[in-house]
Design a protein around this ligand. Structure first.
Ligand code: CO8
Length: 258
């Protein structure tokens, strides 16, 4: 498959997707969304691929939605195109796990894209922010909701109202990112983490992802019931039998993916 704005490679069972619009600090335009949608769907559909990493450049993960693409649109254009809705169906809908590896700027839509990932690993150079207010608008790809869930109301509100950036240390302290690593080690660390996830039974990985996401989308009682049902479904897989037998026999499991 060929892409205009991203690079995609497979490293064993890990798909590495790199945003590649350096001249625009990886600003997210319609073509980036189309390319990412195609790449994430291909990843989801390929049984040989078990985890993905999305990254940007040293300077910018992504500096936001493409302002030059939006500057001449009016409200009717945004409404009729249901602008930004494709991120939900094209990226968030990915069923297999994926990690955002963030260095440099992750602003506006860039911060929102990172927060769509299952978790974020940040370089010590990472800067997160929702500066849309300075453009006369507000987050439109989930930023106000996901940031508030990640770091709490006060910090999210302050960031959205002032447009200030949060550095990697603060992002770690606030729970926005799983880990901060030196910039030079970012990709290696993210790929190694992805390889660990890729070595797990794949259906269990997908269901663990679905379960954790329930915590942010569903009332507790309903989520607990769904967790039990999903657990019960996993007990019917061949990989459950293999995983538990391998433990008892003191050997590594060999996964069938079903
Ligand atoms: N869109 C388009 N182009 C961009 C963007 C962007 N978001 N960010 C950077 N670029 C371009 C610049 O225009 C510049 O291009 P050129 O060389 O042709 O002028 C090139 O990238 C390099 O950028 P700078 O020269 O500005 O680089 P600096 O190192 O000086 O600054 C910054 C880096 C601080 C990241 C700066 O580029 C910046 O502030 N960028 C914009 C950040 C921003 O505001 N992001 C939020 C965008 S809005 C959004 O994401 C969601 C909007 C929701 C709207 C909902 C409407 C319905």
């Amino acid at each position: 498959m060929s892409y205009e704005t991203i690079l995609v490679e497979q490293r064993d069972a890990v798909t590495l997707i790199t945003l590649n619009r350096p001249q625009a600090l990886n600003a997210l335009n319609t073509q980036v969304l189309a390319d990412l949608t195609q790449a994430f769907r291909a990843y989801d559909a390929d049984p040989s691929q078990r985890c993905a990493v999305l990254t940007g450049s040293e300077k910018a993960f992504a500096a936001g939605a493409d302002i030059k693409e939006m500057v001449d649109k009016d409200a009717a254009d945004f409404f009729l195109e249901d602008f930004f809705s494709g991120w939900q169906t094209g990226v968030v809908a990915t069923r297999k796990p994926w990690i955002a590896a963030v260095a440099g700027f992750a602003l506006g839509g860039g911060c929102e894209l990172a927060m769509m990932a299952d978790f974020i690993i940040a370089a010590d150079t990472a800067r997160f922010g929702q500066p849309e207010i300075k453009l006369g608008v507000a987050p439109g790809m989930g930023g106000s909701q996901r940031l508030a869930r990640a770091v709490g109301k006060s910090v999210a509100m302050e960031m959205c109202l002032t447009g200030r950036m949060m550095d990697a240390a603060e992002a770690k302290q606030g729970g926005l990112v799983a880990r901060v690593v030196p910039a030079a080690d970012l990709l290696e660390d993210a790929l190694k983490t992805a390889a660990t996830i890729a070595s797990m039974p794949p259906m269990a990985a997908m269901i663990n992802k679905e379960m954790v996401n329930l915590a942010f989308e569903t009332p507790l009682n309903q989520a607990l019931t769904t967790e039990r049902r999903l657990f019960q479904i996993l007990t019917a897989t061949e990989d459950k039998k293999e995983g538990m037998t391998a433990f008892v026999e003191k050997r590594p499991g060999v996964w069938k993916g079903r």
